[in-house]
Design a protein around this ligand. Structure first.
Ligand SMILES: *Cc1c(COP(=O)(O)O)cnc(C)c1O
Length: 374
């Protein structure tokens, strides 16, 4: 096969389509000069709230801040615990630990790689909770690789046990579950606009979504150092979590393309799934939901060999995630060990992701598929 140059994620192809719209919007910001919380930020919040079908959208400086701020609003701290998945990006559990609270991991569903609702009961009543006198306050499910988690089961469990739910939709803005868009599940949801996410800007950014008026008000205050009636009135401890106007301008231009891009991502995923025909299996997308395919991830019993072969063919790959959170040094103090979460560990040892973006051409994809089926 002739060696090609394939992008893992192609932001240039996207930009080529909307370069003019982006420049027009950026120029407007340069003209009005309101770089912080300018009119584009408010316009974006209104549009994204409407898109997700949620009353309040509060943009912020990153997906990590979007996860952190609701926890700050709820006063989560030492002695509190939050259940989440160990098969995710560090942020999901990091924000819990940063506030002095304890992340409690629950294993994933081996078919979707999302948090397995069947594990929740066991974790809620675990020795770990009793021994440390922890008060379990909530659950942070992750919509991994773009597919919504099992919100019917998770929300029901949360209601029965007096827990809140914070949806980590950093990888899944635009996906649907039971006819509702992501960022509309749980009590509050967080997403990320990191450039490589399905809906990314040209820097860091994120947003929080909620239908709860009082919580939204608090989040807006926490975003700006806990501000009260004016800039120099501080009623609570907050952070500098504001979103840039220039980045909002970029996202407003990208929003015009977004639904089409989701369809293109699904077409790419469908072609992969059909051609790889069971030899390499991606996470199963359940019937009642859709994925935005932040990644197309597959498992291999010989990952190192596979990755070396693909590299020789000029096919870029990545591993999300090679080391589950419960085995990270940063979380060693929690006292988990290898073997605690078999489904997660099975995945982490075998998984890798292949190029996935809306502008992957059929010929490129055929080349990748030939490389994989070797
Ligand atoms: C990217 C990501 C985050 C963090 O978002 P940033 O914008 O990089 O802070 C949180 N959770 C998950 C699952 C992510 O993939």
């Amino acid at each position: 096969m002739e060696k090609r140059s394939i992008q893992f994620i192609d932001l240039k192809a996207q930009q080529a389509r909307i370069r003019e719209q982006i420049e027009t919007r950026l120029r407007k910001v340069l003209d009005h000069g309101q770089y912080i919380m300018g009119p584009e930020v408010r316009e974006l919040e209104a549009k994204l709230g409407e898109y997700a079908g949620v009353k309040h959208c509060i943009t912020c400086a990153s997906g990590t801040d979007a996860l952190l701020m609701p926890l700050v609003a709820w006063g989560i701290g030492p002695g509190d615990a939050v259940i989440t998945t160990p098969f995710t990006f560090i942020s999901t559990a990091e924000v819990v630990a940063l506030l002095g609270a304890t992340p409690l991991f629950a294993d994933i569903d081996p078919l979707t790689y999302n948090l397995d609702p069947a594990q929740l009961e066991k974790v809620l009543h675990s020795e770990r909770v009793k021994k440390n006198g922890l008060k379990v306050k909530g659950i942070i499910p992750v919509d991994l690789f773009g597919q919504p988690a099992d919100y019917d089961e998770i929300e029901q469990f949360a209601r029965q046990n007096g827990l809140w739910v914070l949806e980590d939709a950093a990888q899944a803005f635009g996906a649907e579950y039971n006819g509702h868009k992501t960022c509309s599940f749980g009590d509050v949801a967080a997403t990320s606009f990191f450039p490589a996410k399905p809906f990314g800007c040209y820097g860091d950014g994120g947003a929080i979504f909620t239908n709860d008026d009082a919580l939204a008000e608090k989040l807006r205050s926490i975003r700006v150092h806990g501000q009260g009636s004016d800039k120099y009135d501080n009623v609570r401890i907050g952070i500098n979590g504001r979103f840039d106007t220039l980045q909002a301008a970029v996202l407003l231009a990208k929003l015009e393309l977004f639904d089409e891009e989701i369809a293109l991502r699904n077409a790419v995923a469908a072609r992969y799934s059909k051609a790889l025909n069971g030899k390499f299996v991606a996470p199963a997308v359940k019937k009642d939901r859709s994925s935005v395919w932040a990644q197309y991830s597959i498992l291999s019993e010989d990952r190192a060999g596979e990755l070396a072969r693909l590299k020789d063919l000029g096919i870029p790959t990545a591993i999300y995630y090679p080391k589950p959170l419960h085995l990270q040094d940063a979380f060693r103090y929690l006292g988990y060990s290898a073997g605690d979460f078999p489904a997660t560990e099975h995945c982490a040892a075998r998984i890798f992701s292949i190029p996935m973006h809306p502008y992957l051409e059929e010929a490129e994809q055929a080349y990748i598929i030939r490389g994989l089926l070797g």
